[in-house]
Design a protein around this ligand. Structure first.
Ligand code: ITT
Length: 194
């Protein structure tokens, strides 16, 4: 198996996916591939933005690669922030700003159901494939925990009483959307090899 470039600038994603992949496959980050670029995310769906990341890096390098896009979809907000998860509070705002806006919008609302959705888009030998991972859960009323990133301090996955930010990365990986999508990627790559 040749090396796969992971088309992301988010080191948390790299750490989480590397923990799942272990030494089965070799992945290198954009930084390790000496690619210093902010990949555009111009589309209206998580699927299209994931595909944009992998195809963008494939066009640049002509190498096998994958990207992923993730969104938090909140039932009572008709799926928002969804594809806009990174910039919910506006361009250039922090994760804390995004969280504050979300909690504000859910202030009077009892239905706290939400899920994370990750789409991994792979380009292998010039062909595209995609893998989905969903993690259902609920949004808390206040922030809890200091680990993880993004919306982790306000998301409790089904089957746990802790937020993702109260978990170690290994615990988060038991439940997480990203791990589920990564499992499918590993399975696909393993079958290709055999
Ligand atoms: P790349 O595009 O470089 O991969 P990014 O951070 O821009 O990295 P996304 O476009 O997928 O990643 O951003 C989605 C938003 O959702 C962003 O605000 C993240 O902080 C948040 N997010 C993604 N995965 C998450 C997770 O596992 N837990 C909590 N928040 C997450």
């Amino acid at each position: 198996m040749s090396t796969l470039i992971f088309a992301t600038n988010n080191q948390h994603k790299v750490d989480e996916i590397r923990t799942v992949i272990g030494s089965t496959f070799n992945i290198i980050t954009l930084a390790e591939a000496n690619i210093n670029i902010d990949i555009p995310e111009p589309h209206d769906t998580i699927e299209e933005n994931a595909e944009e990341k992998s195809s963008f890096i494939f066009k640049l390098t002509n190498k096998d690669c994958f990207g992923e896009d993730t969104g938090l979809e909140v039932e009572a907000l008709n799926g928002e922030p969804g594809v806009k998860s990174a910039r919910y509070a506006g361009d250039g705002r922090s994760s804390l700003d995004n969280i504050k806006k979300l909690l504000q919008n859910l202030q009077e609302i009892d239905n706290r159901k939400a899920h994370f959705k990750t789409i991994i888009s792979l380009v292998l030998d010039g062909k595209s494939y995609s893998f989905e991972g969903i993690c259902k859960g609920t949004i808390t009323k206040e922030l809890k925990g200091v680990d993880g990133f993004g919306y982790d301090p306000i998301f409790v996955p089904e089957g746990s009483t802790k937020t993702f930010a109260e978990m170690t990365m290994e615990e988060k990986n038991i439940y997480s959307h990203r791990r589920k999508a990564t499992d499918k990627l590993i399975n696909f790559l393993s079958n290709k090899q055999s």
